[in-house]
Write a protein that binds this ligand. Structure first.
Ligand code: NDP
Ligand code: MG
Length: 367
């Protein structure tokens, strides 16, 4: 009997890659639910191809369709490929219902890491990362005891502005920010990769996924995106996970974890073709928003939720050409410095912090 899968955000980059992976694994998995937001034509095409029991369109319909898809009785695995805070309720509901959540929607863990991990504990659900760096770490630590782990190192491509001077970066256009050197992804995460906010979100994501202190999560710039993450153990040994950049491999692993299954769909690794691999330290002057995100992490409580919410607002304003690229980090810094982070142990507190940060970000962006 095949395993039922719900794909939330099936019309997006992660959602489409998930369907490509499942198309090669039809004897193992079947699509039970699909959801989209604005792209109803693509959703209709996908529904016609996969004939899922449930199809939900959020825009024009109701957001509760995400929870309905995520908790459908025939669903065992929920791939959450929604962008932003909108994915939170569905993640919580799926975990409480005992499902596996294959999580791409990192914003969910950043804004409510404590609630999400608690929901998994309560309901018997599990979170398996889709994010390539976290999938890499999981592949390195699978089968090890937590006490054997000393440190994680997440890699970052450095995005399109890695070699630009700060002055030029502050005036970068939307088209320039969307030209990612190694990955093709949705617009929001592509901008987050240019500011390196994405990596700050991933540090917070790693903290909650692997239960490691922030001081044990380092980041290194690795422009080729061939090594996705490292795990250092207490004896000093370091393991890394390697491969040409593709999300299909981490998606497949999140579906089959802890097992591996044969798949011929992704380009096989070839060290000679990969060529020279290089590493650089993150320069905070070049990526100030990354430093702000780490500061929000250090503050804890609702500070990461505020950082995330403010970022969602300013990224949208930048994409709408309402603010220059350089304003993104300025606003994030002001919101994180201004906020009074409280406990993030209730959904109401988290949602209130999220709303307050959105209000502040709009105010600061326009002033
Ligand atoms: P996309 O923008 O390509 O896709 C987002 C999906 O979410 C679409 O299906 C979209 O629907 C849907 N959506 C948008 N807004 C809402 C909403 N308010 N409610 C419900 N659904 C909504 O993004 P990506 O696929 O690139 O990213 C998705 C998530 O995965 C993000 O959290 C990102 O950080 C993470 N991720 C992505 C990677 C990648 O390679 N793309 C890599 C690692 C992580 P529609 O298109 O119909 O409007
Ligand atoms: Mg990533």
């Amino acid at each position: 009997m095949s395993i039922g899968v719900a794909v939330l955000g099936s019309t997006g980059s992660i959602g489409r890659s998930t369907l490509q992976v499942v198309a090669r694994q039809r004897e193992r998995f079947r699509i039970v639910a699909l959801t989209g937001h604005s792209n109803k034509d693509l959703l209709a095409q996908q529904a016609a191809e996969w004939k899922p029991a449930f199809v939900g369109l959020v825009n024009g319909g109701t957001a509760s369709c995400l929870v309905e898809a995520a908790t459908h009785p025939d669903v065992k695995i929920v791939v959450n490929g929604i962008v932003g805070a909108a994915g939170l309720e569905a993640t919580l509901a799926a975990l409480r219902a005992g499902k596996r959540v294959a999580l791409a929607n990192k914003e969910t863990l950043v804004m409510a890491g404590e609630l999400v991990t608690e929901a998994a504990r309560q309901g018997g659900g599990e979170i398996v990362p889709v994010d390539s760096e976290h999938s890499a770490v999981l592949q390195c630590v699978a089968g090890r005891r937590p006490t054997e782990l000393a440190r994680l190192i997440l890699t970052a491509s450095g995005g399109p502005f890695r070699t630009w001077g700060p002055e030029r970066v502050s005036r970068a256009t939307v088209a320039e920010a969307l030209k990612h050197p190694t990955w093709t992804m949705g617009k929001k995460i592509t901008v987050d990769s240019a500011t390196l906010v994405n990596k700050a979100l991933e540090v917070i994501e790693a903290h909650f996924l692997f239960d490691v202190a922030y001081g044990q999560v380092d980041v290194v710039i690795h422009p080729q995106s061939v090594i996705h993450g490292f795990a250092e153990f207490v004896d000093g040994s370091v393991l890394a996970q390697v491969g040409f950049p593709t999300m299909e491999l981490p998606i497949l692993y999140a579906l089959t974890y802890p097992e591996r299954v044969p798949d011929t769909g992704v380009r096989r690794f070839d060290p000679v073709a990969a060529g020279t691999l290089t590493f650089e330290a993150v320069q905070l002057e070049r990526f100030p928003a990354y430093g702000v995100g780490r500061e929000a992490a250090r503050m804890g409580g609702t500070a990461p939720a505020m950082f995330n919410a403010a970022n969602e607002v300013v990224v949208q304003l930048f994409l709408d050409e309402q603010i220059p690229f350089g304003r993104i980090s300025e606003v994030l810094e002001r919101v994180v410095a201004h906020g009074h982070p409280g406990d993030a142990t209730s959904l109401d507190d988290v949602l209130a912090a999220d709303a307050e940060a959105r209000r502040l970000a709009k105010e600061f962006a326009c002033s």
